[in-house]
Design a protein around this ligand. Structure first.
Ligand code: NDP
Ligand code: GDR
Length: 365
């Protein structure tokens, strides 16, 4: 009787902490968010991670190399654009959760590859939900939505009721996926959600995204100064676009909370602040020792340049402008803070400093 009571108490405790072992498929683990989610779940739960990766000729496992030998981390082949592959994986694994971070995630290239964006960011979601409906309808499903869906905004802050006004093939694909998630949720009573996550960055951010491009190039320029080599300026596009930036690590538990509510619901996750690319540049150079008082902007439009003393350190290259721009974004995460009891930990300046410090260290390692 005593043993039974002890066992019962242990089970209740496990349920409370959500530490009963479950099977979680995560896609996009080689990328920023998927790798952080795998770290978070291995650290905070007893669940097994089934990490779906597509075959590539040269392995790009930098973000997950520390997890490869973990006993609860299993790599499987999964190309999310392949319906047969998706169905076979879901039928075989019957996961308790499916967290879909895989995507063609670079907005800038989506005008050049619109079909592949639609296939990866939208059709893949349909394949996943259809397979879940057939083989494991109790699986909790998350698809990564985006603030880009709000596009040419009509309100200062964007929340769960803001209109979808996409400005790129990427954003259109995320809006289409959102409709699919909603229809499958309502038609088949699935637990399926798609959060609107605003920009989130960090030391695992891809190098073509503007924040990482800035901090990596600052490390290079810092080194050119140090070694007395020619200073090659960093080339950027639109400096005056505004983004709502956060630290990616702060968003992971918001996603986990989103898939663990009583009822499925979509939330905005954001810092609720806007900063321009220009501000990011100034703060990042400042942290690297190119102090604001020693730097100045000169010129206008495509001729604008940022100088440190006599050295040009930033110039404009029209190649990095987009056919249509999302000029400004600023989230309103009131609902998530209230209902998910979620709070970000890092400020904008914490994020800039963390990225600069990391890249300076990496460059000079
Ligand atoms: P990343 O670009 O860092 O990672 C994308 C991942 O998707 C990579 O692991 C990539 O694998 C994988 N992938 C792409 N195509 C396929 C495919 N056909 N089959 C299997 N895997 C594939 O993105 P983030 O981590 O930054 O973003 C995660 C998700 O969140 C994306 O859906 C993105 O659109 C969305 N999002 C991101 C925001 C951000 O600010 N970071 C904000 C809002 C939404 P591989 O390594 O093989 O290329
Ligand atoms: P975004 O991120 O398009 O917001 O999508 P990105 O960092 O690419 O661009 C942000 C803003 O910076 C301007 N910009 C430049 N951008 C890049 N990449 N390179 C440049 O040289 C440059 N110069 C200026 C852009 O015009 C833009 O206004 C990211 C991705 O993670 C998406 O997957 C995600 O959905 C959204 O954030 C929310």
């Amino acid at each position: 009787m005593k043993l039974f009571a002890l066992q019962f108490a242990a089970i209740t405790f496990s349920l409370k902490l959500n530490i009963m072992e479950k099977k979680i498929i995560i896609t996009g683990v080689t990328g920023q968010d998927g790798s952080h989610m795998a770290d978070f779940l291995l650290k905070n739960t007893e669940h097994t991670i089934i990490a779906g990766v597509r075959r590539v000729s040269v392995k790009n496992h930098e973000n997950i190399s520390h997890l490869i030998d973990h006993p609860r981390f299993k790599l499987i082949d999964l190309d999310i654009t392949d319906q047969a592959n998706t169905e076979q994986v879901i039928a075989e694994e019957k996961p308790d959760y499916f967290i879909n971070f895989a995507a063609n995630s670079f907005v800038g290239v989506s005008w050049k590859q619109p079909v592949s964006h639609m296939e990866t960011n939208c059709m893949a979601v349909l394949y996943q939900l259809e397979a879940i409906r057939k083989y494991c309808p109790n699986c909790r499903y998350y698809n990564a939505g985006s603030s880009e869906e709000f596009g040419d905004i009509v309100t200062v802050q964007q929340d769960e009721n803001s209109q979808a006004r996409p400005r790129s093939p990427y954003a259109a694909s995320k809006c289409s996926a959102r409709h699919i998630v909603k229809v499958w949720r309502e038609s088949y009573d699935l637990y399926a959600v798609q959060g609107w996550l605003f920009n989130h960055e960090g030391t695992r951010r891809g190098e073509e995204f503007v924040t990482r491009k800035i901090t990596k190039n600052i490390a290079r320029i810092f080194n050119e100064y140090r070694t007395g080599n020619e200073i090659i300026p960093l080339q950027l596009g639109n400096l005056d676009a505004g983004r709502d930036w956060s630290d990616a690590e702060d968003f992971i538990d918001a996603v986990w909370k989103m898939v663990n509510q009583d009822e499925p619901k979509d939330y905005v996750i954001a810092s609720d602040e806007t900063h321009t690319i220009r501000e990011f540049v100034e703060e990042a150079f400042n942290f690297a020792g190119f102090h604001r008082g020693e730097c100045r902007w000169e010129g206008e439009g495509l001729d604008e340049k940022y100088y440190h003393g006599e050295h040009c350190i930033v110039e404009i290259n029209p190649e990095f402008y987009r056919p249509a721009e999302v000029e400004c974004l600023r989230g309103d995460s009131t609902l998530a803070r209230k209902e998910l009891d979620w709070e970000r930990k890092s400020t904008f300046l914490d994020l800039v400093k963390k990225m600069v410090d990391n890249d300076l260290k990496m460059f000079n390692a």
